[in-house]
Design a protein around this ligand. Structure first.
Ligand code: SF4
Length: 318
């Protein structure tokens, strides 16, 4: 069965092993971040619409659920900003009735100021918004937002959401060298964090291939310094180190394609996640590469595998 909305399970540095759910067409987003691993935003919008219907996701879930094995989270994310799908609330509510795994929603946080979305997210176990900048000029530079978005309104939306939402809120800051790491920006971010009060603050940097050459990674020691500066509840995201049980019988090529459909992964990460022999996985990756299904790109000295855009379209797996 070809899956359209479910992908993975994939190793996630924030959520362990998670089964992804993609509910947004490529690439619809309210922002166009310089570090986005998906590439440039093709439809920049703040209008919520009925994109992937929730019953389509639930049908796939029903057919696929027995093959998943043990995962840490179901992660609603995908090819853009998932909160732009106005079926989101219904999906979280229905999925919670069927699945025994916690549900996480990843978002850029840009629409959290709306009461409608705040209500829709109340059934999620974890909401993971991002906040990369607080000054308007840095916000424009790093996130390239839709013109109607204001960073003041976004910060206020995060604060209001935190006061109403009963689940966990893990806020991510993506730090890009020379863009949002100045002392002045960090001071304002720290002040905003105190007002918002997330359960965790997770510092991240550019580790996968992004859309712009300007998006340069921070050094680990600098992330640690910023972690200490931001204080209690702040952590630096590290690589996934846990081994996962081997998945049940399933075609290896399809599994690998599902894992790297939207998310570039290193060969080691793929081997780690599948729990299969290195030689077997590398042979399969070579085969997919020779058949032009996937591309392998070098970034920061590591090789990342990703399904080629042309293959997504021609094989109807977009
Ligand atoms: S990183 Fe997230 S918010 Fe930024 S452009 Fe990509 S999908 Fe949109």
């Amino acid at each position: 069965m070809k899956l359209k909305t479910l992908f993975g399970p994939v190793p996630s540095r924030r959520l362990g092993f998670s089964l992804g759910i993609d509910i947004i067409p490529f690439k619809v987003c309210s922002m166009d971040c310089i570090y986005c691993q998906l590439g440039r935003t093709t439809k920049k919008t703040v209008q919520r619409q009925h994109y992937t219907p929730y019953d389509e996701v639930l049908d796939e879930w029903d057919q696929f659920k027995d093959t998943i094995g043990q995962i840490d989270y179901i992660a609603i994310a995908g090819s853009g900003e998932p909160t732009l799908n106005s079926y989101l609330g219904k999906l979280v509510e229905k999925l919670k009735d069927r699945a025994s795994f916690p549900i996480a929603v990843l978002t850029n946080g840009s629409l959290l100021f709306t009461r409608e979305l705040q209500k829709e997210l109340r059934n999620a176990h974890v909401v993971l918004p991002s906040l990369d900048a607080v000054t308007p000029s840095t916000f424009q530079r790093i996130n390239r937002p839709h013109p109607s978005l204001s960073i003041e309104e976004i910060v206020e939306g995060l604060r209001a959401f935190r006061t109403r939402y009963k689940g966990q809120m893990w806020l991510e800051i993506m730090l890009v060298k020379g863009v949002n790491d100045s002392p002045g920006e960090l001071e304002k971010i720290k002040d905003a964090l105190q007002r918002i009060g997330p359960d965790k603050v997770q510092l991240n940097t550019v580790v996968r291939p992004g859309s712009e050459g300007e998006a340069r990674p921070m050094r680990f020691e600098d992330l640690r310094k910023i972690q200490r500066y931001l204080g209690k509840g702040c952590e630096v995201i590290t690589t996934v180190s846990r081994k996962r049980k081997p998945m049940r019988e399933k075609d290896l090529e399809e599994t690998i394609i599902s894992m790297i459909r939207r998310h570039p992964l290193t060969i080691s990460e793929i081997i780690h996640t599948l729990g299969r022999k290195r030689k077997e996985v590398i042979t399969c990756i070579d085969r997919l590469h020779d058949g032009k299904m996937i591309e392998v790109n070098c970034h920061q000295g590591k090789k990342y595998c990703k399904v080629r855009e042309e293959s997504l379209v021609s094989h109807g797996i977009s």
